[in-house]
Design a protein around this ligand. Structure first.
Ligand code: SF4
Ligand code: SF4
Length: 414
């Protein structure tokens, strides 16, 4: 059985077979337009809205294709997404050791003019432009194309990486040579706000790919804490997204499922609407976010996810679903970008980043992705194996026992 099939057998398969999750129920449809459009939406899971990605001018599908979990031989998933109107495909040199790029390249051969492709390279603060160019050219070769539409510096967690003048020289050269059209920064965790502010204030990037979900959004908690933002503790994230909007920088959200523990929500999903769709609607209802990407691991989930395409507001029942998820998982979910624990480790362990890779292994059940992202951290949590102080204990403002999670994560992923 292929991985894509396995990912669907966890309880959803029967629902998909009956088509219950292929789109949302007719009563939830977002359209106020003509009846023909509504009827089509009810029967076919496809993209309903294209969005201009800020200054790039790219018109991309509001729900787009993430491929961190795309394996060799899964061209059919790319083609199914394309057939349903998805036109933006996000990958990275590190995903599946290059297999993700190869699979996308195979699937989209001969269709390059119909799609936008984004890829990423992990750059350090001291790397030279020649090395970055080699990385880009290797990606182009795997993708079987002459150019990528957006090229990201991957998982930035340190302003020092943005200060490297070689990145900017490389971008200028690659743009001149027509190998990249636009540049971007992706960020998930440590020092996210600081890095985003730095990049935006210096007008360094055309596109930001950023972790953003309801669980990171103070507005979500305000609805049941009567204005006390003591849970999210990330009041700066909406501010930074708004700043990006005012500077016409494209904003694409990722990590939109707050850990993606989809099966936890099975019994709470009603009327054909799913937790994932509710989480996407939350993200897409933020006018400062243009679109989102999500790992598409099977045809069933592609259909399910596209049930939220076209929405720019939440649907009735979404908030209760999301609240239920937050209640179940909030105490064990690392918000990554909150980074309140930064500086708690005297040995410099990047706690938020390590816990992000743990999420890939534990919540996504994808140890392969977890290992490759853990390897990119450079300094992981090795120091935790012999830590004499456990000084980080109590540093998580969300109550995670970080001192107990880090050493096992290192053992699991190194
Ligand atoms: S257990 Fe020790 S080494 Fe690991 S993060 Fe905490 S303080 Fe740092
Ligand atoms: S461990 Fe806690 S404080 Fe640190 S980033 Fe995660 S949620 Fe925030």
């Amino acid at each position: 059985m292929k991985k894509s099939d396995e990912s669907e057998k966890l309880g959803r398969r029967e629902l998909f077979r009956r088509g219950a999750l292929a789109g949302v129920a007719a009563g939830l449809l977002p359209f106020t337009g003509n009846a023909a459009g509504t009827a089509r939406a009810a029967t076919r899971a496809e993209v309903k809205r294209y969005v201009t990605l800020g200054r790039t001018g790219l018109e991309i599908s509001d729900i787009s294709f993430g491929s961190s979990r795309l394996d060799a031989g899964e061209e059919h998933l790319v083609l199914d997404a394309l057939d349903r109107g998805i036109n933006y495909f996000d990958t990275a040199e590190s995903y599946r050791g290059g297999d993700s790029e190869i699979t996308i390249g195979n699937a989209l051969r001969g269709k390059r003019d119909k799609v936008f492709i984004a890829s990423k390279t992990h750059t350090s603060s001291s790397e030279g432009r020649a090395s970055m160019m080699r990385s880009l050219e290797a990606s182009l070769q795997r993708l079987q194309t002459d150019y990528v539409d957006v090229y990201f510096t991957h998982a930035v967690n340190d302003v020092g990486r943005l200060q490297n003048p070689e990145w900017h020289a490389f971008v200028e050269q690659a743009k001149k040579q027509g190998k990249i059209r636009f540049s971007g920064m992706s960020g998930h965790a440590g020092r996210l706000i600081q890095c985003l502010d730095y990049a935006l204030d210096r007008d360094m990037m055309d596109v930001l790919l950023v972790s953003y979900n309801f669980g990171m959004d103070p507005k979500f908690y305000e609805r049941f804490t009567r204005g006390f933002d003591f849970i999210a503790r990330q009041p700066d994230l909406p501010r930074v997204l708004q700043k990006a909007k005012t500077r016409n920088v494209g904003v694409i959200a990722m990590k939109t499922l707050m850990g993606a523990r989809l099966n936890d929500m099975r019994s709470f999903e009603k009327d054909g609407a799913t937790y994932a769709q509710a989480a996407f609607r939350w993200v897409l209802s933020n006018p400062d976010v243009h679109a989102l990407i999500i790992s598409m691991t099977g045809v069933g989930v592609i259909k399910e996810y596209l049930g939220a395409s076209g929405w720019t507001t939440a649907a009735r029942g979404d908030f209760e679903l999301l609240k239920g998820y937050a209640a179940m998982n909030g105490a064990s979910y690392c918000r990554h970008a909150c980074n309140d624990c930064e500086g708690a480790c005297p040995y410099g362990v990047p706690i938020a980043d390590v816990l992000r890779t743990r999420m890939y292994a534990r919540d996504y059940q994808d140890e392969k992705l977890a290992r490759s992202e853990y390897a990119l951290l450079g300094q992981g949590a090795e120091a935790c194996l012999t830590c004499p102080t456990q000084a980080c204990a109590g540093s998580c403002t969300h109550g995670l026992p970080v001192e107990k999670l880090l050493a096992p994560t290192h053992r699991m992923l190194s």
